[in-house]
Design a protein around this ligand. Sequence first.
Ligand code: KIV
Length: 283
Amino acid sequence: MRVSITELKQMKQKGEKIAMLTAYDYSTAKLLDEAGVPMLLVGDSLGMVVLGYESTVSVTMDEMIHHTKAVVRGTKRALVVGDMPFMTYHTSVEDALRNAARFIQEAGAQAIKLEGGVTVADTVKRVVDCGIPVMGHIGLTPQSVNQLGGFKVQGRSLSAALRLIEDAKALEQAGAFAIVLETIPAPLAKIITEQVNIPTIGIGAGAHCDGQVQVVHDLLGLFSDFVPKHAKQYAKLSEPIRGAAADYVAEVVAGAFPTAKESFTMDEALIEELTAQLGSSAR
Ligand code: KIV
């Protein structure tokens, strides 16, 4: 049985913290699921850490569906959330419904996430009314990075902080089951967490959120272009991966790989027969 949105809400009520990670492929999702991560986000961070785009705005619905399917195939227990890419829920409520439905129907995800607060509340309500659980995302919303003037801490002035509180309340009112709070001051995240009854999931929002989400490539030390201040590297896998690849190249070049251990044998008599036939056909 997969984790449900009801269980996540109960975790907030009981004061149990929720750990969420991103995932983009079958093998990693399987490992994270086996490790007991209750909620996996197929984030549009896919664009940067997997596909090598400069930002998340280039990510398409088809790319998200492709990767979400792989994550769903790799998991048994985790609730899988598909991230709605840039401009797939702004053009009309109908577009939002159609694209949200693709995550559930085509990819097998259990929920979707979209960025924005008050401005997307009506859309959130319509998607939820169709039976699709929605996770909100406020604060530093990477799809609006050009509008926000860069990857900066949000909610630092009184008016901006009040706007974020209103955004969180609007999302809760619209039926969102949880809200990502990204790159906002920890005291503001604490206030928002106290003001809403649904779980807040922080990334760069301090320790008082009901849960935390991290990009798995940051956590594992797999993405070397930059390491965000809010990220903690629990492993530095880029070093052993680079080392293993270099060892492989060196062994192939030196003829040291493969050895008999990695090769398949053939019956001696068959080899002799084969050689004899080739010898006679060559004459
Ligand atoms: O795309 C993503 O990975 C996200 C998380 C950073 C919350 O939206």
